[in-house]
Design a protein around this ligand. Structure first.
Ligand code: NDP
Length: 315
């Protein structure tokens, strides 16, 4: 039996920097926002150890601590932060309908989508072990590369992201080894050429990760297999970077919102507006280019301001 329908002026979906920034602005504008945290409260940053590139934290802060601070800031102005995730939506009418945990129905005047994206991982048990330990596995070179200054690292992937991140790492690390599973890059020529022409990047084609090795606490090397010869080799490394793509968390919206062919929500240029009036998007759910906490926070602010103006236009 479903619960009674609740009416909400502004519903925010997601609890990363985009969602909480939208919540801070929306609550300060008296929009009485309700925020559902989703399946990973705090978002992708909760899987990062130290955040050193978010302005305003000169000594850095851990990802989980930063998310707690953002949550308290949103609550301080009255955001109703709730557990639960949105399981389906109906954006076909003027009032937007959403269901929480397949049960509770909410009707909203405005919706701010901040559901983010999830980095893809290889799924190897050894990779997951050191990821969970915070011991040297990362899916974000810009976030974590600094911790591997003058060290040797391995990066997996052959798309534009892998090339961009390998190049970024090459400026910090003494050596970057790129494991490419086919004999070609997927990346654009210009990006591929950039890594090919960088002297401290070694590219190993037809190569797949066999195992991330470590001392039980941190990564110490990577075993890889040549998929033509089946030969297994090992290289020392203190960091293992995975750059095999991201998946935006937008599945439940695809019936109503315009998505690009990789699933990212298409926003109207320079705004947070989607193709549905009253539905706004912020953060990585619409951004496959920048994907930073600070850019997500910026678009969260935009979404709250756009939602406020939309509500004013209805009055
Ligand atoms: P892509 O999907 O383009 O590339 C993913 C890469 O990971 C592919 O090379 C793929 O290999 C490899 N891969 C996937 N699964 C595995 C696996 N299990 N083991 C080993 N390798 C694997 O993702 P990106 O994140 O690179 O890019 C996403 C989009 O964002 C693209 O459109 C890209 O152009 C764009 N982008 C643009 C940038 C820019 O212009 N500055 C920067 C970053 C991204 P295979 O090739 O064999 O399938």
């Amino acid at each position: 039996m479903s619960e009674k329908i609740e009416f909400v002026k502004c519903l925010i979906i997601g609890s990363g920097p985009a969602g909480y920034t939208a919540a801070i602005y929306a609550s300060r504008a008296n929009m009485s926002p309700v925020l559902y945290q989703g399946t990973q409260p705090g978002g992708q940053l909760t899987t990062t150890n130290d955040v050193e590139n978010f302005p305003g934290y000169p000594d850095g802060i851990t990802g989980p601590e930063m998310m707690i601070e953002l949550q308290s800031q949103a609550k301080r102005f009255g955001t109703d932060v709730r557990d639960g995730w949105v399981t389906s939506v109906d954006f076909s009418g003027k009032i937007h309908k959403l269901w929480i945990n397949n049960n509770k129905e909410i009707h909203c005047e405005t919706v701010i989508i901040s559901t983010g994206a999830s980095a893809k991982y290889l799924g190897l048990p050894s990779e997951q072990k050191y990821l969970e330990l915070g011991g040297g596995v990362s899916a974000c070179a810009v976030c974590d590369g600094f911790f591997y200054k003058n060290q040797e690292v391995v990066i997996v992937g052959a798309g534009d992201s892998a090339c961009e991140e390998a190049h970024y790492l090459s400026k910090l690390c003494s050596k970057v080894t790129m494991l490419v599973r086919r004999d070609v890059f997927r990346a654009s020529k210009i990006m591929a050429n950039r890594v090919i022409n960088t002297s401290n990047i070694e590219i190993l084609f037809n190569t797949e990760t066999h195992e991330v090795i470590g001392d039980g606490q941190v990564v110490t090397g990577v075993k890889f297999i040549n998929n033509l010869t089946n030969k297994i080799s090992e290289i020392p490394a203190t960091g293992f970077f995975v750059a095999i793509g991201h998946k935006p968390n937008t599945e439940i919206f695809k019936e109503f919102l315009d998505l690009d062919d990789t699933g990212y929500i298409i926003n109207k240029p320079g705004t947070s507006k989607t193709n549905i009036d009253g539905v706004f998007v912020s953060g990585d759910a619409a951004d496959h280019v920048y994907r930073q906490a600070v850019t997500a926070a910026g678009t969260g602010c935009m979404a709250a301001l756009d939602a406020e103006r939309y509500l004013a236009s209805l009055e």
